[in-house]
Design a protein around this ligand. Structure first.
Ligand code: PLP
Length: 395
């Protein structure tokens, strides 16, 4: 037996596992410490009532012979959910057809699995800093990675002119609203990437996980709002953030029919084939819950949760502002990103943990360019967020 040695090339442990270990060690040494966790990007608001009702009804259906269901035929998602997602896009003027939408158990799975359809020697262009799974999934599968810098210079929104000389990517990752910086591309910003990808024959993997946080209507929430995207982009999205499905698990990937390689092979057919071969679909109960997220009642209830998190962000931002610490994000994103005082983000993580009993996420965990920054998330419960704001501002 020989292992996939690319696993040995991964940088230490996965960021959130390392944070969990450090917090557990602190907690066991200081059992009475009342920690406020503003670290991991997990939601805390319960599921919307419309979702709970739909899932309860769906489980009852499974208990009756006439309405029992087994495998989701083909495993790409029931028609009722794919058309609900298509309508969600249509409501913002984005035309995607049901059969271009492939339902999955979440964006993280799709982000890792989609690499199956690209050549082994593909070159991925990945923003730095960004959600660490992009780099790790490429490294694990032995693919080449190049970075494009996000920094104060470009407002953490790398543009094609920032691509290093000599790099011509095959796969370009874009995360907007960005995790961890909270930066959101404008339409012009995305258009530049779409034009670039079409010119060099690359594919954009657009991670829209936080689209529901975008409040400014001038900002795009889908890459398919941009002319030319249908020939160069795949959108990967999740119900984790819009619907609080981090534990329920449901996501979807949209692959436009027009998207092909240079020989005319359709990526939609490849992705469909990959999923139907290696995945057997999302549970019926989950898909009925997901459908309910996109119903009128479900959307209103989910949007109330998003507003709750955005208010949390405003409270955290207010605390930083009163300390004269400049920060980014928090308006069209659940993430707040700020410079740490001494430039060492793991040292600041430790200080925040020990002195304020607040768990944040060190920017360095999101890439080299994240060093010197800290990410706080707005996903906590209000009383905890208020407590954190108080602790931050108390001397
Ligand atoms: N993409 C980004 C940018 C994320 O931050 C996350 C989770 O935090 C995911 C994808 C994963 O989403 P899912 O829960 O659907 O796997």
């Amino acid at each position: 037996m020989r292992i996939n040695r690319h696993f040995l090339e991964l940088k230490d442990s996965y960021l959130f596992r390392r944070i969990a270990q450090e917090v557990a060690a602190y907690k066991s040494a200081n059992p009475t410490a009342d920690l406020v966790r503003l670290g991991i990007g997990d939601v805390t608001q319960p599921l919307a009532p419309a979702v709970v009702d739909a899932m309860a009804q769906a489980s009852r259906e499974l208990g009756v012979r006439e309405t029992f269901r087994g495998y989701d035929d083909g495993g790409v998602g029931y028609d009722f959910l794919r058309s609900a997602i298509a309508r969600y896009y249509a409501a913002r003027g984005v035309a995607v057809s049901d059969d271009e939408i492939i339902v999955s158990d979440g964006a993280k799975s799709d982000l890792g699995n989609i690499l199956d359809i690209f050549a082994d020697d593909s070159l991925a262009l990945i923003p730095d800093p960004v959600y660490p799974a992009y780099v790790d999934t490429n490294v694990m599968s032995g693919r080449r990675v190049a970075y494009v810098e996000g920094s104060e210079r470009n407002d953490f929104l790398p543009a094609p002119q920032d691509v290093p000389d000599g790099v011509t990517p095959d796969v370009i990752y874009i995360c907007s609203p960005n995790n961890p910086t909270g930066a959101v591309y404008t339409r012009d910003g995305l258009k530049a990437w779409v034009d670039y990808a079409n010119a060099v024959g690359a594919v954009i993997l657009f991670d829209a996980a936080y689209e529901a946080f975008v409040q400014d209507e001038t900002l795009p929430r889908s890459i398919f709002e941009i002319d030319g995207a249908r020939t160069c982009a795949i959108e990967i999205c999740t119900l984790s953030k819009i619907g609080g499905f981090t534990g329920v698990r449901c996501g979807y990937t949209i692959v436009p029919r027009e998207l092909t390689d240079a020989d005319g092979n359709a990526l939609l057919a490849l992705w469909r084939r990959r999923q139907t071969t290696k995945f057997n679909g999302v549970s019926y109960v989950t898909q009925r819950g997901a459908e309910a997220v996109f119903s009128d009642d479900g959307l209103a209830q989910c949007r109330a949760n998003i507003s709750y998190y955005l208010e949390n962000a405003r409270i955290i931002g207010g605390a930083l502002q009163s300390l004269a610490i400049p920060y980014r994000g928090g308006t069209n994103s659940p993430y707040i990103w700020f410079t740490v005082p001494n430039g060492d983000s793991w040292a600041y993580f430790d200080r925040l943990l020990r002195e304020k009993h607040i768990v944040g996420t060190p920017g360095a965990g999101f890439g080299q360019r994240g060093e010197g920054y800290m990410r706080l998330t707005a996903f906590g419960q209000r009383d905890k967020v208020e407590e954190a704001a108080k602790r931050l501002t108390d001397n």
